[in-house]
Design a binder for this molecule. Structure first.
Ligand code: URA
Ligand code: URA
Length: 278
């Protein structure tokens, strides 16, 4: 029998997937921060909207068919390799960020420059108010040259939409621009050689708020060796810019119980974006 056919998925696995989809529905889809009207220039939500958005979910979600959910990383079908295709233009807006991309996109300062398929600079608005920083490209990102396009990326997109924004309204990048083989953790020397690129991106984009996804980006920008759980829930700044630490979406895929805290963190990001005093 085809080992990938639905008939092979155990009832426990099906239940786990449905539960996870319902969690997303409640936390990231059922609770839009504001009703997204014109999302290119979101107005400050009025008090009533903020209140409504802050109401905690009332226990059981409505019985409803779950939306299609992000596939498990190991269920993602590898797409045909298209390494010769040039990456599509990803950075809209000012010339200087695109100029910076062109300056650094052939980088071979560390070993990863010799094993990558694509240098993954980042994507989104060059003048974004919110800048998300992940860890490093995974297999999908390395193949496509674009950050956060795999399973974790699909969840990040849902989170951004739940904030009342669109993916293209923000800027998304990673601490490392090249994929570590087998998605291993970034090595200190890789962080050291790539970090200046991130810092220059932050300087050029000049966001109102930075959201670090996971331990590595947070530790690098905050010059900290604290655990993620010690860093999140605190007020931080990087070069005077408010910085919010939250879980990496890949961690949310492994442990759905992190989603509730993540929702609190991204509400903080949204409030900082709206200029609300914390
Ligand atoms: N994980 C990351 O940290 N970054 C990506 O771009 C994709 C997955
Ligand atoms: N530990 C991490 O390093 N990152 C997370 O996002 C969660 C736990």
């Amino acid at each position: 029998m085809d080992p990938t056919s639905d008939a092979q998925v155990s009832p426990q696995e099906t239940l786990r997937q449905v539960r996870r989809a319902l969690e997303d529905l409640v936390l990231f889809e059922g609770r839009q921060f504001i009703a997204p009207a014109d999302m290119s220039h979101p107005a400050a939500p009025d008090e009533a909207q903020v209140e409504a958005a802050q109401v905690e979910p009332s226990g059981e979600p409505e019985p409803q068919m779950p939306e299609p959910m992000a596939a498990e990383p190991d269920q993602i079908q590898a797409e045909p390799q298209m390494m010769e295709a040039p990456p599509t233009p990803q950075v809209s807006g000012t010339e200087s960020l695109e100029g910076f991309r062109q300056q650094i996109c052939e980088c071979t300062k560390c070993e990863l420059g010799h094993t990558r398929n694509h240098f993954v600079f980042g994507a989104g608005r060059a003048d974004a108010d919110i800048l998300f920083v992940g860890e490093a490209p995974g297999a999908d990102e390395d193949r496509q040259g674009e950050p956060f396009v795999g399973a974790a990326g699909q969840l990040l997109t849902k989170i951004i939409e739940a904030m009342g924004l669109r993916r293209e309204d923000v800027f998304i990048c990673n601490l490392l621009k090249c994929r570590p083989p087998n998605n291993r953790d970034p090595l200190p020397e890789e962080v050291a050689s790539c970090e200046p690129y991130l810092k220059e991106q932050i300087r050029l984009v000049a966001p109102k708020v930075i959201c670090c996804l996971g331990k590595f980006a947070s530790q690098a920008l905050l010059r900290s060796d604290l655990s993620l759980s010690r860093m999140r829930g605190q007020q931080h700044t990087y070069e005077g810019i408010p910085l919010v630490v939250t879980y990496h979406p890949a961690a949310l895929l492994r442990n759905a119980s992190y989603k509730r805290d993540t929702w609190e963190d991204v509400k903080t990001v949204r409030r900082l974006f709206d200029g609300v005093e914390l």
